[in-house]
Design a protein around this ligand. Sequence first.
Ligand code: ADP
Ligand code: 5GP
Length: 207
Amino acid sequence: MATEKGALIVLSGPSGTGKSTVIRALLQLRDDIRFSISATTRQPRAGETDGVEYYFLTHAQFAAMLDRGEFLEHAEYVGNYYGTPAGPVEQQLAAGYNVLLDIEVQGASQVMACRPDAVTVFLIPPSFEELERRLRARATDNEPAIQGRLAKAREEYGRAHEYDHIVVNDLAESAARELDAIITAELSRRERRYHYILEALEGDKTL
Ligand code: ADP
Ligand code: 5GP
């Protein structure tokens, strides 16, 4: 029987919505997911480690990867560059893992164009007021950066209609469970499983 290829899952949502928090909870619930570690030119935040949350690159290193065509997608976001290294994604999918990308809307739209089978989820906070509270609570941005991220959030809501699913991150555990359920349901799609039917019919000696 053929090995099932993993699903490519794209998670987007405004900065501060809780994507990293929900992903951490999701990874506790499932062991068949691999998080795609992006490359970025932004500075590490306190507690972030190179090669864990991101590969922290210089502009020259990022540009070299781009020139070599090593990104599945890439985008500029509030003054920094972000990109998904394509190699590891393809390797994990081929090995049967579901690969999760935490990427912003421009990059997600590039993935939707080249990988129409990707499962796309837009994660939102319960309200913009709560988003602002979370950005301040995270205490990683100064006031102009917080205002920039809030303006960006409103812009990003205008792209939410491009996604298959919308999940509200009220309680992180509940949002992670909803994401878990979405992934389980998506894995049983006819397009992904129809090979079982064809294989059974081909091997059926009673016909
Ligand atoms: P993102 O990855 O989307 O930028 P983070 O996961 O860093 O967001 O979360 C932003 C802030 O909001 C963090 O301080 C985090 O602890 C908090 N947070 C995340 N999810 C929730 C939630 N469901 N309820 C309350 N606070 C949350
Ligand atoms: P942050 O700086 O808060 O970690 O991330 C800022 C934004 O960049 C988030 O919306 C996050 O989803 C997005 N992002 C992270 N990695 C990538 C990537 O590889 N490609 C794209 N297009 N966006 C990314």
